[in-house]
Design a binder for this molecule. Structure first.
Ligand SMILES: Nc1nc2c(c(=O)[nH]1)N[C@H]1C(S)=C(S)[C@@H](COP(=O)(O)O)O[C@H]1N2
Ligand SMILES: [Mo]
Length: 321
């Protein structure tokens, strides 16, 4: 793995310090209740309980009042939904672990409210938004999307959010803005994975062209399965770009920046021969170590044909002609 020289802007962790006292009492209370067998912390309402462990009661009820959001039937997928408990137990979130099955447990107590997102760069109206501001900036809706990881596994899940375009319009990009850069929060005290993977260019960062970011399918996501995002899925706000490989959908966003130059991206920088900057789902273009022609649906294990642009060619094909 190459050693990477980081530009100065990447060296400063984009994180907000949350005083742990704000949450400690409730978390200790829940843990004691769980230890005494009075409540269960795992079960069918897995997500709401994950939220309750990392969020103050006030923030929790404010958040829960927005979910579930009405489903937008225009974005249906002709396949059954992946089971909620399957998706929630098989995650790529390298800040916590490279072991997919361990991410949920390692991230369960990570505090994701209060939370702020900075949106700045080449915009007329730079803002710092609380997660509550983000959730209320535009009407939340639910969309069922296909999701395809470059490792050739896939799922079909209902995300809650609104088009990223709504946020970009709010900050009014200048005419020089050509790219949108996304930076995930880096919280080394809570993220065991970053200590094991020191050679990566943390914080996790990704980018889209302006045209991609403005496409209706690019979704700013705050919920999944009708509930606020739990930590392992990228709480409290992430991006979902369903026509690209999963690593183009960064989690737990701290900053969104509009730029004139094409920003470097995490996996493309780390291994350019394996991960292109654009990283569209292209079944005809094999990854150097495996085919991309088919995918395995997690949960059922069913193997299905991978579709060009992950089945979204009608909506985004014109961006690449
Ligand atoms: N910050 C951050 N975002 C990330 C990742 C990561 O390791 N860190 N992994 C990516 C990859 S490879 C995938 S497949 C998806 C997984 O999302 P999920 O766990 O919600 O299914 O998140 C993407 N976003
Ligand atoms: Mo992935």
């Amino acid at each position: 793995m190459p050693h990477l020289i980081l530009p100065p802007s990447c060296r400063v962790p984009d994180r907000e310090i949350t005083p742990p006292e704000v949450f400690r009492d409730r978390r200790r209370f829940l843990k004691e209740m769980a230890a005494a067998g009075l409540i269960t912390l795992a079960g069918p309402r897995l997500m709401a309980q994950a939220l309750s462990r990392s969020v103050s009661p006030e923030a929790q009820s404010a958040a829960l009042s927005l979910y579930p959001a009405p489903r937008n039937g225009q974005y249906a997928v002709d396949a059954p939904l992946t089971e909620q408990s399957v998706a929630a137990a098989y995650n790529n979130f390298y800040e916590f672990s490279t072991a997919k099955e361990r991410v949920a447990r390692l991230s369960a107590d990570w505090q994701t409210r209060p939370w702020q997102v900075r949106v700045d760069g080449l915009v007329e109206n730079p803002v710092v938004l609380s997660i509550e501001d983000v959730e209320r900036l535009a009407p939340l809706e639910e969309r069922v999307y296909r999701f395809r990881c470059v490792e050739a596994w896939a799922m079909v899940v209902p995300w809650t959010g609104y088009p990223l375009r709504r946020l970009l319009e709010h900050v009014r990009p200048t005419s020089e803005a050509r790219y949108v850069r996304f930076v995930s929060r880096l919280d080394p005290e809570e993220m065991p994975g970053v200590h094991e993977l020191r050679h990566y260019a943390w914080p996790y960062h990704e980018a889209l062209t302006m045209e991609e970011a403005m496409n209706d399918l690019a979704l700013l996501v705050t919920g999944i399965y009708g509930e606020p995002l739990p930590p392992q899925h990228g709480a409290p706000v992430r991006l979902i770009v369903p026509w690209k490989y999963g690593y183009k959908s960064p989690k737990s966003l701290a900053r969104i920046e509009l730029t004139a130059e094409r920003p470097p991206t995490f996996w493309n920088e780390a291994v350019p021969s394996e991960y292109s900057w654009t990283s569209n789902v292209e079944p005809d273009v094999p990854h150097p170590r495996w085919s991309q022609a088919t995918e395995r649906r997690i949960g059922t294990g069913e193997r299905v044909t991978t579709l060009p642009l992950n089945g979204y060619a009608d909506q985004v094909g014109q961006l690449y002609t």
